[in-house]
Write a protein that binds this ligand. Structure first.
Ligand code: EPZ
Length: 429
């Protein structure tokens, strides 16, 4: 298995291009199942999760063509995928495929909406909590589906098609909102989703569905209204930039010091994180190219942060912020409210000499003057990258083992960081 070797201490200076958002690209690819026509997606990041979803969609009979690079394309330019679900040959998504990536469970919604049946294995994914699918099932049942759990599979059918309904989520759920939104586009009548997730990736998917002929209003607010249509058609859509990738590199610059342009990043997608970084002592400037992050001279100020659904501070940046706070001039408090077990990075950060106490949902971080490199390993995507951030500032060498998770969510991480002066290399095998 590949490892990443980092020698810490260098400041980051230069430009980092921000890729398309993984968490928008995945549901957008899944939305292609809603139509017989071709959906063209631009700016799709080259990630292991995208490749895995291509395999899953292929299993349903979906044809995916990846357009080659044109001369003049930037080396980081995302790929263009032409996705055609003209012939769906199988409405089953098997355990072997779905267990590797939680989002693949979401195929249940378009399959049910268009084919009126689906059999999808219960999902896997990052080990960050129990992550049930009860609210997704509740939403589909509201839309008229009959659902049974059989042998580890969710078996869903709606012989006469789905029917519009009012869905009230008891808690904000991104997956629940994606599933309800996709399913409702082809349901008969009107669907109202209350307490919908407002994450930018939901809005991006809704924008694409609208281009495909769906009638949706209110995406990006807690109340989404969908007027079902008989069928959707092809469209072309560009995946929005990855706010979590942008926030991660911003934390890395705040950690090492230096001055980096995050090109293509959109500040309105991560304002809460930018506010926290400013409080921590980074200088954030918004310009035509994206966001510029710098920290020169001054130390890192401690912060108190609680994760929350958008527009709050994202859970997907919690581990990275914790890595940053390990070197703050004082005591920070970080409370995780979205996932109950998303502190897997704490014990690994301790290997660098970080001082972190866990008490239920809250981590108390007592900043130290210097971290020291160490062999570390992570069990989920964002935890893995928090170790990279710590390593970039640590004295000496760090070996990050089991980097499979990093490849799921960060495109060419080591290239982007080394272009800004980091000593970082991938060791294969
Ligand atoms: C999405 O996961 C993201 N994944 C996650 O990013 C992200 O951390 C999360 O949203 C929160 O922003 C993708 O978009 C592919 P949820 P999702 O449904 O949709 C509970 C990353 O690192 N819940 O909003 O699975 C659930 O357990 C990943 O890129 C139920 O109780 O998250 C959690 O506590 C990790 N029942 C809370 O809701 C359900 O049926 C929010 O989950 C569904 C969810």
């Amino acid at each position: 298995m590949d490892r990443i070797r980092i020698v810490g201490g260098a400041k980051l200076n230069g430009t980092i291009p921000i890729s398309g958002a993984k968490n928008a690209a995945l549901p957008l690819m899944i939305a292609a199942l809603l139509t017989e026509d071709t959906l063209i997606l631009d700016n799709v990041p080259r990630l292991a999760d995208v490749a895995q979803l291509q395999r899953i969609l292929g299993n349903h009979g979906v044809d995916i063509m990846s357009a080659g690079k044109r001369s003049g394309d930037h080396q980081y330019q995302g790929q263009t995928l032409h996705i055609s679900a003209k012939n769906i040959i199988d409405t089953t998504a098997p355990y072997e495929l779905v267990s590797k990536m939680r989002a693949s469970f979401w195929v249940i919604a378009p399959l049910l909406a268009r084919m009126h049946e689906a059999k999808v294995s219960l999902p896997g994914g990052c080990a960050i909590g129990t992550r049930p699918v009860d609210l997704l099932i509740m939403a589909l049942e509201k839309l008229g589906a009959t659902i049974a759990i059989d042998g580890g599979y969710v078996v869903a059918s709606a012989p006469g098609g789905l029917r519009g309904a009012e869905i009230e989520f008891p808690k904000v759920t991104v997956s629940g909102t994606h599933v309800a939104l996709m399913a409702a586009t082809l349901a008969k009548g009107t669907t109202i989703i209350n307490n919908a997730a407002c994450e930018p990736e939901i809005t991006d998917v809704a924008d694409c569905l609208i281009k495909m002929g769906a009638k949706i209003s209110g995406a990006g607010t807690p109340r989404i209204v969908i007027e079902g249509v008989d069928q959707l058609h092809g469209a072309r859509h560009t995946v929005l930039p990855d706010r979590i990738e942008a926030g991660t590199y911003a934390m890395a610059v705040a950690m090492t010091g230096g001055d980096v342009q995050l090109s293509g990043a959109r500040p309105e997608l991560l304002q809460s994180a930018l506010d926290v970084l400013t409080e921590a002592g980074a200088t954030i400037t918004v310009n035509n190219e994206g966001i510029r992050v710098a920290r020169n001279g001054a130390g890192i100020n401690p912060v108190t942060v609680t994760t929350a659904p958008f527009p709050g501070f994202p859970t997907d940046l919690q581990a990275q912020l914790m890595a940053l706070m390990t070197c703050a001039k004082g005591v920070s408090h970080i409370t995780e409210t979205i996932f109950e077990n998303r502190f897997m990075h704490v014990q690994e950060l301790a290997r660098f000499g970080a001082r972190i106490q866990l008490d239920g949902e809250t981590a108390t971080i007592d900043g130290v003057a210097k971290l020291r490199g160490a062999p570390v390993m992570a069990t989920d995507l964002r935890a893995s990258v928090s170790l990279v951030i710590a390593a970039l500032a640590a004295e000496g060498e760090t070996m990050v083992n089991r980097i499979y998770h990093l490849d799921r969510g960060f495109e060419r991480l080591e290239d982007k960081l080394s272009a800004c002066g980091a000593t970082i290399e991938r060791i294969s095998g």
